[in-house]
Design a protein around this ligand. Structure first.
Ligand code: FAD
Length: 505
């Protein structure tokens, strides 16, 4: 017979106590992250392990039929949830809360990155650092720089919330002959350098003479510079040049402007200006860096530090001993905050918009007579129309919008055209026009308006064929004019020269 204590070890209450799970890890969370988002594999694990027997499988979907005690066991057993420390923030050997001990360092948070670079530069451990500064002519536009002096490093402190071309500066530094380089970057920047180091044909793998210390920043979001410009200058009436600091904390985008004025907005108000690439990123803490630094998990004015390599550990400790910065261990609550935010970033992949094909079918009211200009309902509408094109020129757009397929369907009575937006950005307020071309004359023109064409989404149009047709003209325009004009010849469509056959009818 087991005594009460021993019973605890084999019952569910033991792992429950051991995990010290938070009430947050309940079935509701599993439902939201895994079941409703469509990533549930219907493996039934959650139903099988529920100590309350509160779950059942109904139509291949776990359903709560009893009371959830929020023990967290189903959440942790699910093959789709991300729960281990390593899978959330990568490998690390030590975690600290740090602050610069140098008066003139005015960092984004604790000034740890700047102080560490200063220590390495002052002691001849690096001959260059790849940093990001604000453009002197275009406020808040990031410019990647090769810093070769303490002054350069000091000028680069603070965060610029847009993608910086740091790898370009790194390759330039290598070209110039720098061989011991500290590289500061966001997780995507760090990934690029790590790949260049690890892949068999990576530049830094082949050319091993250069030593690189990867200093990674935590990063949840990055924004298009033009988007920030529109948000602050056009919508809020605050010139970017008047803003001295931007920061993101507890879901708010905060600024200091006009000297000491402050303002803040929920980050989701800026969602449409968020770089689309960030929707696909799952790395909060620069998991492949030698050392990662962020603000979450530390009090204001301090930085959270995850040390991942021996070299970085030595450097950090030496910098502390030499009086460049102060360190204390990251406590359990701080680590939990990092883990929570890391999890939020990982699970965003569950809710990311999937690539979609919207089908706009032309259905003539009277056979053979096209409807006049009309708005079709198949495209989801967004409330805001005026979206900055975020730096994409008309010429670039032309290359990125593509007729990905054209074919005759419905027994050859309809021309079906598929268009792809490969620009990586939403395009707003466009008109798509299809017309039959006979010599120089157009007939049966049909036009439709689309509020927002999301990146990578495909639009499919069906247009009725005209007797003895030879050519059709497809035109796409936005508020500034035509961005794509393409003739589609019947011969080519029949010969399938326009796009690969990717669908079966
Ligand atoms: C786009 C972005 C998003 C971020 N999001 C988060 C977040 O969600 N949560 C969180 O905890 N921390 C985030 N951070 C990190 C945080 O803002 C601080 O950079 C970090 O805490 C280090 O602070 P510090 O005072 O030690 O840095 P500092 O001593 O001020 O040094 C900052 C360093 O960052 C570099 N830098 C600035 N902008 C960029 C850029 N765009 N790309 C590459 N390098 C840059 C500078 O060159 C400088 O070397 C983000 C940083 C960036 C750049």
């Amino acid at each position: 017979m087991l005594n009460e204590e021993e019973k605890g070890y084999v019952s569910y209450t033991f792992p429950e106590r051991l995990l010290k799970v938070k009430k947050l890890e309940n079935f509701g969370r599993l439902n939201q992250e895994v079941i409703r988002s469509g990533v549930c594999t219907a493996c039934c694990t959650c139903v099988s392990v529920c100590p309350e027997k509160a779950l059942v499988m109904e139509d291949e979907t776990p359903k709560l039929v009893g009371k959830c005690s929020a023990c967290g066991i189903c959440y942790r057993a699910c093959p789709r949830t991300i729960t281990s420390l390593k899978s959330l923030i990568g490998d690390y050997i030590a975690a600290f809360v740090g602050k610069s001990a140098i008066d003139k360092v005015k960092g984004q948070d604790g000034g740890v990155v700047t102080s560490l670079l200063l220590y390495a530069m002052d002691h001849g451990l690096i001959d260059a650092a790849i940093v990001t500064q604000k453009d002197e002519r275009e406020p808040w536009k990031p410019v990647a720089k090769i810093a070769t002096s303490s002054e350069d490093i000091l000028k680069s402190s603070g965060s610029v919330y847009s993608h910086s071309r740091t790898v370009e500066a790194l390759v330039e530094a290598i070209d110039k002959g720098y061989r011991s380089i500290a590289f500061v970057g966001t997780p995507c920047n760090i990934d690029a350098v790590a790949k260049m180091q690890m892949q068999p044909f990576g530049l830094l793998h082949l050319f091993m003479k250069v030593k690189i210390l990867k200093v990674g920043l935590f990063c949840m979001d990055s924004f298009y510079h033009d988007g920030l410009k529109e948000f602050f200058e056009v919508k809020q009436g605050i010139p970017l040049s008047s803003i001295s600091k931007m920061s993101i904390s507890a879901g708010k985008f905060n600024i200091i402007y006009d000297g000491d004025k402050t303002a803040g907005w929920p980050v989701k108000d800026l969602d449409k200006y968020r770089s689309t690439s960030c929707h696909y990123c799952r790395d909060l803490t620069s998991e492949l860096a030698d050392i990662s630094v962020g603000s979450v998990g530390s009090p204001d004015g301090y930085s959270t530090i995850l040390v991942r390599s021996g070299v970085a550990n030595e450097l950090l400790e030496d910098a502390m001993e030499d009086g460049y910065l102060t360190l204390q261990p990251l406590d359990r609550d701080g680590l939990q905050k990092v883990l929570n935010l890391a999890r939020l970033k990982k699970v965003q992949m569950y809710t990311e918009r999937r690539r979609q094909t919207y089908v706009l079918k032309y259905v003539p009211t009277v056979a053979g007579v096209p409807e006049p200009l009309e708005r079709r309902g198949a495209i989801p509408l967004v409330e805001e129309k005026a979206e900055a094109k975020a730096g994409i020129t008309e010429r670039a757009l032309q290359k990125l919008l593509k007729v990905s397929d054209a074919r005759f369907v419905d027994g050859g009575t309809m021309l079906q055209i598929t268009l792809a937006n490969n620009s990586g950005k939403p395009i707003n307020d466009i008109k798509v026009r299809i017309a039959h071309l006979e010599d120089l004359f157009e007939s049966n023109a049909w036009e439709t308006e689309i509020e927002t064409w999301y990146p990578f989404d495909e639009l499919e149009f069906c247009y009725p064929r005209v007797k003895d047709d030879r050519e059709y003209l497809l035109t796409i325009s936005d508020r500034q004019g035509t961005i794509l004009s393409q003739k589609l010849s019947v011969k080519e469509i029949e010969g399938k020269k326009l796009g690969e056959s990717k669908k079966t009818e």
